[in-house]
Design a protein around this ligand. Structure first.
Ligand SMILES: [Zn+2]
Length: 372
């Protein structure tokens, strides 16, 4: 596989990105700031739509791949004993379904990717005006940052905890590397450096964004962000965004629907950064909205990108799905990643239609007539 560091239109076009806005500043801690908060949030919601490349519409009926192709794909993942056979099956699966299963990489290949990634970090050091950038390396992450070392050392363990907990949720060996090379996490102290990085390496600034996960079609993941003033909120943004990279690298390049993707990201951020109160607040806010309207918004399951108020709902619904049937959750994501439509995957794993899921979740939160 070719590792391309060259930034060209294809690179940009092929990158998928999730943006989390600088909500740390808008989540005012006192009620006196409420009106400012809502106007800022409206602005942030508009800005949240800024993205390098929008995910495909999930409402379009997906064609399920043939059953034997799914079975083979599941088998090939286990077929480490014959890499050539596994590679043939991978290609065959791509031809049949258009889905790229991520290949098993040898230690030598992984080391070569990491070497290239470190070269990119040196390029960042040369080109982006920032403080003293330092590299903190763990088994699966290259955390590159000019944040004061005493704080940087507080953030890195959140990434490792996220990795461990997501592996647990998906039944993966937490010692096995899901990434190509490692996951790059470039965390600037200042917003200006982050905007410079995005401009230099991804062609445009991302005003209003605090963090952003670039999931490149060549398989690599780069999460870029800046710290801001609220350290716990920043940790939560970092985990949220990086978890998109994990999901991207899980099994295949097939995208999961936005409500599931954002739900998983918010769920894991809440789970790992337990002291941050932003996500519990988002959940309360979405519950209040659903109590008023009796609805999840009408567009929740089909939206290309869910609305800002629905992030709390997505997090809470993920919690519900996991509590209801954790194995079903894994099975549903597995099936989607292997090409099943999410509606069919939901039906097979939970025996529920989206409308029935809304009703069941509604019962869980005391709104038995909740509409999707
Ligand atoms: Zn996200």
């Amino acid at each position: 596989m070719i590792f391309s560091r060259k930034i060209d239109p294809f690179f940009i076009g092929a990158a998928l990105a999730c943006v989390l806005t600088f909500a740390g500043a808008t989540l005012a801690r006192d009620a006196s700031n409420l009106s400012q908060k809502s106007s800022d949030e409206a602005k942030s919601a508009a800005k949240a739509k800024v993205s390098v490349n929008r995910p495909k519409d999930t409402t379009a009926p997906a064609r399920n791949p043939p059953k034997n192709a799914l079975q083979k794909a599941g088998k090939s993942a286990r077929e480490k004993s014959d890499p050539e056979q596994a590679e043939r099956e991978r290609r065959e699966f791509l031809k049949k379904t258009g889905i790229l299963l991520w290949p098993e990489l040898s230690d030598e290949q992984q080391q070569a990717f990491v070497k290239k990634q470190k070269e990119h970090l040196e390029e960042v050091r040369k080109k982006v005006p920032a403080g003293a950038l330092q590299l903190y390396e763990t088994d699966f992450f290259l955390f590159f940052s000019d944040i004061a070392p005493m704080y940087a050392k507080l953030y890195v363990p959140y990434l490792d905890a996220m990795y461990r907990d997501l592996c647990k949720a998906f039944g993966l060996d937490p010692k096995k590397n899901i990434f190509q090379g490692k996951c790059l996490v470039i965390a600037f102290a200042q917003e200006a450096s982050f905007q410079q990085y995005e401009t230099i390496f991804f062609k445009e600034a991302k005003p209003g964004a605090q963090g952003l996960c670039h999931c490149n079609s060549n398989g690599e993941v780069i999460m870029a962000c800046f710290a801001g003033l609220d350290t716990l909120y920043f940790a939560s943004v970092m985990v949220h965004e990086t978890s998109h990279g994990f999901m991207f690298r899980y099994k295949s390049n097939k995208q999961i629907p936005n409500w599931l993707n954002e739900g998983a990201a918010e769920w894991i951020a809440k789970h790992v950064v337990t002291r941050d109160r932003a996500i519990p607040r988002k959940i309360q806010k979405s519950l209040a909205q659903m109590r008023q309207t009796g609805s999840m918004g009408g567009n929740f399951f089909s939206a290309e990108h869910i609305e800002k108020w629905q992030y709390g709902l997505a997090a809470h619904l993920t919690e519900f799905l996991l509590q209801y049937n954790a194995q079903g959750y894994k099975r549903m994501i597995d099936d989607i990643k292997l090409g099943k439509s999410w509606r069919d995957a939901l039906q097979d794993a939970y025996r529920l239609t989206p409308e029935e899921l809304a009703r069941n979740y509604g019962i869980w939160i005391g709104l038995p007539m909740l509409a999707p």
